[in-house]
Design a protein. Structure first.
Length: 177
């Protein structure tokens, strides 16, 4: 009893260390980060073009093979460029530490509690706030699993979303003329 109380007292005096998650939140987890939006050379307005560079991190709780990545519109249709479907072929995947991965016969695979990453360049057409959906599928023991995420890329128009730093949110205001 005395030793239990002593251990409890030591635990109460020890500084608390933050816990960090180092594995996927589910069978397949996807994290997207917009790296940059690069406008194309040409006129602004409805015919404006550009490219959104997006970093993609895929984490798996169980060993996952045949990982495939697709870019979609918010309504679920394929992302198109000049009316042609955009495909993500020959992506350069790396592991969590940045070491290049060699894809297997069925495509890239993720080890148990592992992660792979790549960067995709999604072409943009028209001045707008583009919502880009990235869908990832894979196979776990022959069974398909899937997840998706969304990122917003602003091209040629003002971004009207609030900037939230966790303590304050700033909203852009428009003045009346």
């Amino acid at each position: 009893m005395v030793s239990a109380l002593a251990m409890l007292a030591l635990a109460a005096m020890a500084p608390a260390k933050p816990a960090f998650a180092t594995e996927a939140k589910g069978d397949l987890d996807l994290q997207l980060r917009l790296v940059e939006t690069v406008p194309g050379r040409g006129p602004a307005g409805p015919s404006m073009t550009g490219v959104a560079r997006i970093e993609v991190l895929v984490e798996a709780f169980r060993a996952t093979g045949g990982v495939e990545l697709r870019v979609l519109r918010p309504n679920g249709s394929a992302w198109t460029v000049k009316t042609r479907p955009f495909t993500t072929r020959d992506l350069a995947w790396s592991d969590r530490g940045g070491e290049p991965l060699e894809p297997g016969a069925d495509g890239p695979s993720i080890r148990v509690r592992g992660a792979i990453r790549t960067t995709i360049a999604v072409p943009l057409e028209g001045a707008a706030i583009h919502e880009i959906v990235v869908a990832v599928t894979g196979l776990v023991g022959g069974d398909p699993i899937a997840t998706e995420g969304v990122v917003r890329a602003v091209l040629g128009v003002p971004d009207n979303q609030p900037v939230d730093d966790g303590a304050f949110a700033n909203f852009p205001l428009q003045r009346e003329k």
